[in-house]
Design a protein around this ligand. Structure first.
Ligand code: 5GP
Ligand code: MG
Length: 446
């Protein structure tokens, strides 16, 4: 997962990057960093922690220059050590470069061991570092040619933003698995970010999405930018961005994430036959779908589970014990509302099943009479290797159990999942999606 941002031609590049990262904090809370070029050299500050814990006014003042790139980390590849925070910077024959990456390179180990055999010294466990080495070792003359050559070796789902001392290179993989959009800042500069919610905050004017397989090249001081079609393939945007990952106020490829989620909820409601008194969303991830579900059935929506907002998402802690504990820390069902009621509980997804199980036992303890769990996405049966941190096969409850067994495991009276077709219809049938965690179609291959 992760968030990336790039700013060029701006007199407040680091501040814009900072606020863009702040708006995209949901895409990764583990570490954050910003690199800035003053047209001569590149400076980087990065650290573990959230954006407003790591940066303050005096640090941002130090990061002076018209070009900035930034990153929020959610570990998919690599470990959670600070060595694996981004941007990744290096000095090569063409000067300083710095790189941020959202996604996952599926052939990272192959490239890495080849590079190591040839004498490369790695300073992190990240797949992102591969690209730096490939660029540094390329025999091509210009940075642009070096990047193009290096990308031919990188297979996977990725959005890269690379800053040199006076240019910004933006690349989206051939399938456009992860989102990336372009906008114009108030001061005339350009901004590229994983999600459009960053533009809203900065009052930047949306221009368009970066196209799958496209490279954009911006030079500081120039209004014109270059677009190169590096690869041509039918796009496969990640469906899970719409299901869970993106912020509801973002627009991905012309589709409002919020509207899509509401449609998913409506779709779930179409087949729902149980008697209920009201609909309860699991906050916050289930709220948009629950609104669609409640509208369709004409049943009231009750915020009967209250969320404590001062804790990170439940997946942040790497250990299982804490994960269960954090559900309790985070969600409190109100027994005054729930006592004796028949309810539909709506969440966006079941991954390991631990959240749902806990929530249902909390709801029962609060007095709910019957609990019908409806999940606004299909069963997650396969690890997503394209940049979403779904766990291994063993940990995925729907890999090991059918829907009925999952229902028994979580303790619901009934359990409904969205079908893959309903998911596709909810987003829009005019294109293809990356549905890998649902259908196991690992389509990124040599
Ligand atoms: P489970 O307990 O089944 O493993 O987790 C399901 C819950 O985790 C859902 O409420 C969903 O919103 C959330 N979730 C789904 N995918 C992800 C993810 O990739 N990262 C995080 N942090 N939470 C997720
Ligand atoms: Mg959730």
């Amino acid at each position: 997962m992760c968030a990336v941002v790039g700013v060029i031609n701006s007199n407040s590049a680091s501040v814009y990057a900072y606020y863009a990262l702040f708006a995209m904090q949901h895409r990764g809370q583990e570490a954050t960093g910003i690199s800035v070029s003053d047209l001569n050299k590149i400076q980087t500050i990065k650290s573990k922690g959230e954006v407003n814990q790591v940066f303050n006014e005096s640090l941002l003042k130090k990061l002076k220059g018209p070009i900035a790139i930034g990153h929020n980390r959610y570990s998919t590849a690599g470990t959670s050590s600070i060595n694996d925070a981004q941007p990744v910077s290096a000095t090569c024959v063409l000067g300083d470069i710095s790189l941020v990456h959202n996604g996952n390179l599926v052939n990272k180990d192959e490239i890495r061991s080849k590079l190591i055999k040839e004498g490369a010294i790695f300073s992190s466990n990240m797949d992102t570092e591969n690209l730096i080495h490939l660029i540094a070792r390329s025999k091509k003359e210009s940075l642009k040619e070096r990047i193009i050559e290096s990308l031919k070796h990188c297979l996977g789902a990725y959005c890269f933003i690379l800053a040199s001392k006076d240019e910004l290179f933006v690349i989206r993989d051939r399938y456009g698995v992860r989102p990336l959009s372009l906008a114009r800042l108030k001061d005339g500069g350009y901004i590229v970010a994983s999600e459009t919610c960053a533009f809203d905050l900065l009052e930047a004017e949306f221009i368009r999405d970066v196209k799958p397989g496209e490279m954009l090249i911006f030079k500081n001081g120039y209004e014109k930018y270059e677009s190169i079609e590096l690869f041509k393939e039918e796009p496969r945007i990640c469906a899970f961005e719409y299901v869970y990952f993106a912020r509801p106020d973002s627009i991905i490829e012309g589709k409002s994430v919020y509207e899509v989620r509401k449609k998913m909820g409506e779709s779930l409601a179409k087949n729902f036959k149980e008697h209920i008194d009201f609909v309860v969303p699991v906050p916050d991830s289930g709220v948009s779908a629950a609104i669609g579900f409640s509208n369709f059935l004409n049943k009231p929506l009750e915020m009967a589970i209250v969320r404590n907002h001062y804790i990170g998402r439940t997946f942040i802690e790497p250990t299982q014990e804490l994960r269960n504990f954090k559900v309790k820390l985070k969600l409190n069902p109100m027994s005054k509302v729930l006592k004796g009621k028949d309810i539909a509980v709506i969440d966006d997804s079941i991954v390991r099943g631990t959240t749902s199980k806990k929530i249902i036992s909390l709801l029962r303890a609060a007095g709910a009479r019957s609990i019908h769990l409806a999940i606004a996405c299909p069963e997650i049966k396969f690890p997503d290797l394209y940049g979403i941190d779904t766990p291994t096969f063993e940990e995925l409850i729907s890999h090991n159990k059918n829907a009925d067994e999952v229902k028994n495991f979580v303790g619901a009276d009934t359990l409904t999942f969205l079908s893959i077709d309903e998911l596709k219809e909810s987003i829009g049938l005019e294109r293809q999606y990356s549905l890998v965690s649902f259908d196991g179609d690992y389509f990124i291959k040599e």
